[in-house]
Design a protein around this ligand. Structure first.
Ligand SMILES: NC(=O)c1ccc[n+]([C@@H]2O[C@H](COP(=O)([O-])OP(=O)(O)OC[C@H]3O[C@@H](n4cnc5c(N)ncnc54)[C@H](O)[C@@H]3O)[C@@H](O)[C@H]2O)c1
Length: 267
């Protein structure tokens, strides 16, 4: 028995990185996967690579009109949804103008990061709930970040938007429970996962190698994570195996959020 047999799933930002890994894993587990993104060429390739059980749809998560069109498409093609993965997100460093620290932040950039990371998730939850009301096992998985739990001095908008996603997830979980919808909602908090999101921060060649080494040395498990590490966590939260789990935050971070001891190394 596959873990997501015949479930209808929509994943945002699934053209690459973590979203792509989730799309591929969910499909291996029997789901019908709607790959969505703003990068249409890569998104079409991901859906084609998966095969007949997948299709691609252009969806800019910050635009409500796109969500309305996507909802119509899902209703017509599948009748409804069982699982929504709100994965699309930007760090803001590449996509917007800096600086991104609290003292000097650019307010337009601040809004753009929130539009994608927070408005995108809020709209995904809004239309996800509407599309899942008839499902007997609905699940919304919101991809937040470890940065939604701790501060990031030079990416303040990113940290703020991800903290809001963490909290909104709990409002959605409680709302759906109160309404007796059979929809759960949980957040995942990845640490440092090796994806194209890091490209602009890591650089190329030797510089890249030494940056990855430096980052890895700060992670208790000693390595950056892989997209699949997050995909397996999403699979658990999407499947009925987690049917009694709602409103939680699941850290996938190699131990980063377990805390710094600020103590001398042990023997
Ligand atoms: N990689 C990490 O270390 C890490 C850590 C914590 C959280 N996250 C979160 O995980 C999620 C995926 O990250 P990733 O590392 O795979 O990033 P990525 O940059 O590799 O992929 C993000 C995808 O989102 C798409 N996207 C960007 N803006 C969009 C929009 N407005 N509408 C729809 N799609 C849009 C991009 O085209 C891209 O395909 C993000 O929410 C990110 O914040 C990543």
């Amino acid at each position: 028995m596959l873990r997501l047999e015949n479930k209808n799933v929509l994943i945002t930002g699934a053209s690459r990185g973590i979203g792509k890994a989730i799309a591929e894993l969910f499909s291996e587990e029997g789901a019908n996967v709607i790959v969505t993104d703003i990068d249409d060429e890569s998104g079409n390739n991901v859906a084609a690579g998966i095969g007949e059980s997948s299709c691609y749809l252009h969806l800019d998560v910050g635009k409500e009109d796109d969500w309305i069109a996507a909802s119509e498409f899902v209703k017509n093609k599948y009748g409804g949804l069982d699982i929504m993965v709100n994965n699309a997100g930007i760090a803001g460093i590449l996509e917007t103008q800096g600086p991104h620290d609290p003292e000097n932040l650019n307010i337009k950039s601040w809004h753009k990061v929130h539009e994608t990371n927070l408005d995108g998730v809020a709209l995904g939850c809004k239309y996800g709930i509407r599309l899942m009301k008839n499902s007997t096992s609905g699940s919304i998985v919101n991809i937040s970040s470890r940065s939604g739990i701790i501060g990031i001095p030079f990416a303040a908008a990113y940290a703020s938007s991800k903290a809001a996603v963490r909290n909104h997830t709990k409002s959605v979980a409680l709302y759906c429970a109160e309404k007796k919808y059979r929809i759960r909602c949980n957040s995942i908090h990845p640490g440092a996962i090796y994806t194209p999101l890091w490209d602009v921060m890591l650089g190329d060649g030797e510089q890249r190698d030494s940056m990855v080494k430096a980052i890895s040395s700060e992670i208790p498990l000693g390595v950056m994570g892989e997209p699949k590490d997050v995909a397996y966590a999403a699979l658990y939260l999407a499947s009925d195996e987690s049917k009694y789990v709602t409103g939680i935050e699941l850290n996938v971070d190699g131990g980063i959020l377990a805390g710094s001891t600020a103590s001398p190394p042990g023997k």
